[in-house]
Ligand binder design. Structure first.
Ligand code: ADP
Ligand code: MG
Length: 246
């Protein structure tokens, strides 16, 4: 489903991603771990077309983006990759002047030409999935952080992505609200969604991930199953990272 080759990215003089390479199958759940500043968000943003890599290749399903392609071909590849990948951020970025239902129906109507009725049926189905149907006419400010993040997930799912990218989706939430969001993500994983998740929730990582990728200093240092990684990390960097988590 995803194949990344030789992906590099700098901001000015700072090399943030160095020759990143990995592959993912459909329905795989990868948890991306690493210290703050190691390049996790930048990697997700590259995969979603929010940042442009300096070099390398990203293939997502049947679309390939390569740094050497012509500008117009790159733009078209990014457009298609964006449609295929949903992204959920730490801060929920809901539209505050729209109801829950409007937040979810807007993009499918604009981008996928769904009718109001089709978009609302889809939104209601997704709200059932995230357990928030009764909130459909509320504004985001009237919801808890956990509820807002569940709406953000539903909004992302409404575009029917093939891959979901989560960047620390629970880091802005109080602990008691974290579990309701993780539960929704777990169910999504069970439904067969392909997911890359940046998180500090190690219990989630060990229960849900098929594979852990550990990054530090802009490079993938090691990867393995959660049981390998958490029990027998291969690199000193990973051991230090896990010790610091306590
Ligand atoms: P992580 O998500 O693992 O904490 P990031 O990908 O956010 O790491 O950041 C990696 C490095 O890139 C950091 O040193 C950060 O300061 C830098 N960085 C990220 N985005 C930008 C940007 N838009 N401009 C300049 N530097 C950036
Ligand atoms: Mg980050």
């Amino acid at each position: 489903m995803i194949e990344v080759n030789q992906l590099s990215k700098s901001f000015n003089d700072l090399q943030v991603l160095q020759q990143i390479e990995f592959k993912m199958k459909a329905k795989e759940i990868v948890v991306l771990l690493g210290p703050s500043g190691s390049g996790k968000s930048t990697l997700l943003r590259c995969l979603n077309g929010l940042e442009e890599p300096d070099s390398g290749t990203i293939r997502m399903d049947d679309v390939t983006w390569n740094a050497n392609m012509a500008k117009s071909a790159k733009r078209e590849a990014i457009r298609r990759i964006r449609l295929m990948s949903g992204m959920v951020f730490q801060s929920f970025h809901l539209f505050s002047h729209m109801t829950v239902l409007e937040n979810i129906t807007m993009a499918p109507m604009l981008v996928k030409n769904l009718s109001v009725k089709q978009a609302e049926e889809l939104a209601e189905r997704l709200l059932v999935k995230v357990g928030l149907l009764e909130k459909k006419h509320e504004y985001p400010s009237r919801l808890s952080g956990g509820q807002q993040q569940r709406v953000a997930i539903a909004r992302s799912l409404a575009m029917q992505p093939k891959v979901m990218l989560f960047d620390e989706p629970t880091s802005a939430l109080d602990p008691e609200l974290t579990s309701e969001v993780l539960q929704v993500m777990k169910e999504l994983a069970l439904d067969g969604m392909t997911m890359i998740v940046v998180t500090h929730e190690m219990k989630f990582a060990s229960e849900v991930a098929n594979r852990v990728i550990f990054m530090s200093d802009g490079a993938i240092q090691e990867e393995g199953s959660p049981s390998q990684f958490f029990v027998q990390p291969q690199t000193e960097r990973a051991r230090r990272f896990l010790r610091q988590l306590g």
